[in-house]
Design a binder for this molecule. Structure first.
Ligand SMILES: C[S@@+](CC[C@H](N)C(=O)[O-])C[C@H]1O[C@@H](n2cnc3c(N)ncnc32)[C@H](O)[C@@H]1O
Length: 312
């Protein structure tokens, strides 16, 4: 009897399924590329070799600049922090060097090993780690867990302001539904700080083609091959081909895709990374009921960080 694949490794046809001629291409959920500890380690190698965050100081600065505004908004008062899709928390650590530590940090990722590393790295009075699937609503148990933390003697209220961070995740999941889910979770005095990897310039496809080499490289192919080797039932023998295609839910949005090719024909989408323009991100905010407090963009226009709140 063939072994049934674990749910996280099943391919999905509904949201991610793409049309290729008359054929719908099933898409592997992003969590299947990260959730196993060995895949977390392979992804980390990709990050160390190719991430612009590690190569360019102007990108790293994007994660320290918001501290000034946040210090002003939080007024040195206690707050809680939920770090979504935090991996091992490198970006959050840069920000936190310039902020007072939160009362409670909740590190949440599909890869619990990585979330634990983030919790070790980041200072906080109390720390919680959770496995999460960001393709679903944010669990109400997160709010309960934070409220259960015994109050800091300095805090005047039980309901502390919440800072949610979401760094590097937007490219991997359908961005508008994700922002809408987070918006529903936020209360009016809470903040969301998120990053988006952008298509430089105003023409999405041309900008995305320029950054394709950040993806089509050996460490990324090894990482994707690692995810493939865990799939049951196994896919037919084939090879990986990278390209730029329109997003199935928003055709004006460019996506880098790694497709699984069998006999020169694509059978699956193995990986995708969306590259919006800044204007497209602003339109998602509007459609999610979020309003911009501030935005920081790197000089080449390849990455930006937004600080937003829920509209009252
Ligand atoms: C590109 S990495 C970014 C990691 C880190 N925040 C950074 O910016 O370097 C995407 C992160 O999202 C997590 N992730 C992917 N799909 C997820 C899902 N469905 N639910 C929760 N986390 C997910 C991965 O485990 C990984 O840590």
């Amino acid at each position: 009897m063939p072994r049934k694949p674990p749910p996280s490794l099943k391919t999905q046809r509904s949201q991610g399924g793409r049309r290729f001629g008359n054929v719908s291409l099933p898409e592997l959920p992003a969590s299947a590329l990260y959730s196993h500890p060995s895949l977390g380690r392979l992804w980390k190698k990709v990050h160390l070799a190719h991430s612009p965050f590690l190569k360019r100081s102007s990108i790293r600065n994007l994660y320290t600049h918001p501290a000034k505004t946040l210090r002003h908004l939080l007024r040195n008062q206690p707050y809680h922090w939920i770090a979504l899709g935090c991996a091992d928390g490198m970006k959050e650590a840069l920000l936190l060097k310039k902020l007072h530590p939160p009362d409670c940090l909740l590190a949440a990722d599909t890869n619990l090993n990585l979330a634990r590393q983030a919790a070790l790295r980041l200072p906080a009075r109390k720390k919680i780690c959770r496995k999460i699937d960001l393709t679903h609503e944010l669990p109400a148990s997160f709010s309960t867990a934070l409220q259960r933390v015994p109050s800091n003697p300095n805090s005047k209220t039980r309901y502390l302001p919440l800072l949610i961070t979401l760094f590097g995740v937007l490219p991997n999941l359908s961005p508008l539904p994700l922002l809408q889910r987070i918006s529903r979770f936020l209360r009016p005095r809470d903040f969301l700080l998120f990053s988006a990897n952008l298509a430089p310039g105003s023409r999405g496809r041309a900008g995305t083609l320029r950054i394709l080499p950040q993806y089509d490289n050996l460490p990324t192919r090894r990482w994707l091959a690692g995810a493939l080797s865990r799939l049951r039932p196994k896919w037919k023998d084939g090879s990986i081909a990278f390209g730029v295609f329109p997003d199935p839910l928003q055709p004006s949005l460019s996506r880098i895709e790694a497709r699984w090719m069998v006999n020169k024909k694509p059978t699956h989408i193995l990986f995708s990374s969306r590259r919006p323009t800044a204007r497209q991100v602003e339109a998602w905010l509007k459609a999610s009921g979020l309003s911009r407090v501030e935005r920081w963009m790197d000089p080449r226009g390849e990455e930006a960080v937004w600080l937003v709140t829920r509209k009252a």
